[in-house]
Design a binder for this molecule. Structure first.
Ligand code: FES
Length: 163
């Protein structure tokens, strides 16, 4: 039996155009899939971590905070206050539902605009629904600068003593 090794056959121009279009579509789909895979793979190589903000804030030299000062540092949600006992820092986040309190100079209190809680300048609850005093934060002296760390809470009797 003779083998028929002549596999050529005629293809119409229309069929060639259709095949060319399908080839282009296939190549395009593969390219898109390849780019997607490359992007995904590259992102997989990056560490998937959340970089938290630094909780430490430099406030300045202790001598710059005069007696009676209530320093409002809204950006870092804290107050730095100097009383007769020393300097201390309070979080300005209300302990009721987390609104930002503000310093009400006329009453000498820290007031929450959300539900009316009021705190005395030492952070104790003076009025309203707040269940706890404002958080008192650690203050340290580093190279002559007071540094408040909002991640470290200290007791209500903690003061930075000014010489
Ligand atoms: S959040 Fe401050 S009183 Fe409710």
């Amino acid at each position: 039996m003779a083998l028929d090794d002549d596999l050529t056959f005629s293809v119409s121009e229309e069929e060639l155009a259709r095949r060319k279009m399908l080839t282009l579509l296939g190549a395009g789909a593969l390219s898109i899939a390849g780019v997607g895979t490359a992007v995904t793979s590259f992102r997989f190589l990056e560490p998937n971590v959340y970089y938290e903000e630094d909780t430490r804030v430099g406030v300045g030299p202790p001598a710059d905070i005069l007696f009676g000062t209530v320093l409002v540092i809204a950006k870092h949600k804290l107050y730095v206050i100097r009383s007769s006992e020393g300097i201390y820092a309070l979080s300005s986040v209300c302990t009721h539902l987390g609104c930002m309190t503000r310093y009400a100079e006329e009453s000498g209190q820290l007031a929450c605009p959300c539900h009316g809680s009021r705190f005395s300048l030492d952070g104790r609850v003076a009025a309203g629904p707040a269940p706890r005093p404002l958080r008192r934060l650690q203050i340290t002296l580093e190279r002559g600068i007071l540094v408040v760390d909002s991640s470290i809470e200290v007791g209500a009797d903690a003061f930075f003593k000014v010489a």
